[in-house]
Design a protein around this ligand. Structure first.
Ligand code: PHE
Length: 478
């Protein structure tokens, strides 16, 4: 009747010998680890600035559309692939479509994993530096530079720091080492355990900071800025930006969630878990806006875009707005950078895991050895990215410095292309029975949204991604 019946049997048989692979121990672990991957610098740093640039609430609405219509179907497709194959991102395509070109999606994902971890860890390293600075009280008073003079502003301090050849690389190395230590411990003892520890801390800090920031004088203007739907700001570029942001924020398109789902149990509800992750991720993004804008507006500074916002504008804001109550300023800034650091760490762990799972399974290395290889490669690539802010400013490839090149390749190419291939694979190639079995846990749970969901996976997501992706590429060829 269905080829799937044979195929499913074969898969089940293949997977039953797979006992050495780790698995998540609880449903909470599944949600917190996946949400940990999703919630990251993308939410707390990138989202608020994109909202600011893209017309406030108008951007948020477009973004929400992309999250639920395009990115969530990709996430569910990744879950289906990962849990049915129980393998790393490349191995999964090999198993489900042996000797077929679909493996390209897996290869792009693992490659993307290396690139994204490399440039992400550079910014995470800066965050680590700022966390320490802030703990030492250095963001409160005048910062001193190497020659003992006081820099005129935080901008100068930031530029001096990122263009230094050694310091940022040192922080990058420490951050990668932290990521490494968690991943090397495995799924339950590493990723799950630390996600369960860090995610609640992160959520608690967010609530605290939102409460703090909403009570600042003049907070209303920041909230208005964030929520005012200014349609005149919505250009095609903003729409493209919103899709890129949705994909990056949910960590989809690189097989990161294929890898995580390969550790899900039979009982994990894929659709419900994906919904929860999307909701947590969106909430954190919007709440971060509520932390940043009221604070920034309360001291009358224009919200800046890009790295400037968290590393230059905010230290200024912390200093100015709490000059009367330095201790509150100290607490606010320290908590903020700890929040950023936790968010970065839970995401970098998932990027590392894409690569570690592949190297360990493909080359039959122990997890520790595989993790060490990944950490080493990313330290080298990450150093290139870091140097592109200083001594290697002039070194370019395809007209971009290393940091920009990696960022561009991942967010503009690998993620949308990966998302497209993944939805096509699940929507059109994989046997329908197998997909339904995964979505309903072999028929044991009713999935009322099955039909519309399959429609999203087969039609809406691939067409939407393709249209936006081509639009984005076209200027290149003009
Ligand atoms: N989602 C993460 C963030 O918002 C980034 C990420 C991208 C994580 C790709 C894993 C894979 O910061």
């Amino acid at each position: 009747m269905y080829i799937c019946n044979d195929f499913c049997e074969k898969l089940r048989h293949m997977n039953s010998g797979n006992t050495a692979r780790g698995s998540f121990g609880s449903q909470l672990g599944v949600i917190l680890a996946s949400a940990g991957s999703a919630v990251g610098l993308g939410n707390i740093w990138r989202f608020p600035t994109e909202v600011g640039k893209g017309g406030g609430a108008a951007f948020i609405l477009i973004y929400l559309g992309f999250i639920f219509l395009l990115a969530m179907p990709v996430m569910i497709s990744e879950f289906v692939i990962g849990r049915s194959a129980r393998s790393n991102a490349i191995g999964a395509f090999q198993k489900l479509a042996p000797k077929k070109p679909w493996i390209a999606a897996g290869i792009m994902g693992v490659l993307g994993g290396f690139l994204v971890l490399s440039f992400y860890s550079v910014v995470a390293g800066w965050t680590l530096h700022y966390t320490i600075q802030s703990a030492l009280g250095q963001l409160q008073g005048p910062l001193t530079t190497d020659n003992g003079q006081q820099p005129t502003d935080f901008g100068a301090a930031f530029n001096a720091f990122v263009s230094d050849p050694w310091q940022p690389i040192l922080y990058l190395a420490v951050f990668l080492l932290l990521t490494h230590l968690v991943v090397a411990r495995g799924i339950q003892h590493g990723i799950e355990r630390y996600s369960k520890l860090m995610m609640p801390m992160l959520l608690a800090i967010i609530v605290l900071l939102v409460a703090f920031s909403l009570t600042m004088p003049g907070a209303g203007e920041g909230i208005r800025f964030l929520l005012k739907p200014d349609l005149s700001e919505v250009t095609p570029d903003v729409v493209l930006g919103a899709m890129g942001q949705a994909f990056f924020s949910l960590s989809v398109g690189l097989g990161c969630l294929v890898t995580y789902a390969s550790y899900f149990s039979h009982e994990t509800r894929l659709v419900k878990s994906a919904m929860n992750v999307c909701i947590i991720d969106t909430m954190v993004a919007v709440l971060s806006g509520f932390i940043i804008f009221p604070t920034v507006f309360s001291v009358g500074i224009a919200p800046d875009a890009g790295p400037g916002l968290v590393f230059i504008t905010l230290p200024n804001v912390f200093l100015l707005s709490f000059s009367e109550m330095p201790i509150v300023g100290y607490a606010f800034s320290l908590l903020f950078y700890i929040l950023l650091l936790l968010a970065a760490l839970t995401s970098s762990i998932s990027m590392h895991e894409i690569c570690t799972a592949f190297i360990s399974e493909h080359f039959s290395h122990s997890r520790r050895k595989a993790a060490a290889i990944v950490t080493f490669i990313c330290l080298v690539l990450g150093s290139f990215c870091s140097l592109s802010f200083g001594p290697w400013k002039e070194v370019t490839l395809f007209g971009r410095g290393f940091f920009d090149l990696f960022d561009y390749t991942v967010t503009k190419f690998l993620m949308p292309l990966g998302g497209l291939l993944i939805t096509l694979f699940v929507g059109w190639y994989l046997d329908r029975k197998l997909v339904e079995q995964q979505l309903t846990n072999e028929g044991s749970i009713p999935v009322r949204t099955m039909k519309p969901l399959l429609f999203l996976i087969r039609w809406v997501a691939p067409i939407g991604i393709l249209v936006i992706f081509l639009n984005e590429l076209f200027p290149l060829f003009l």
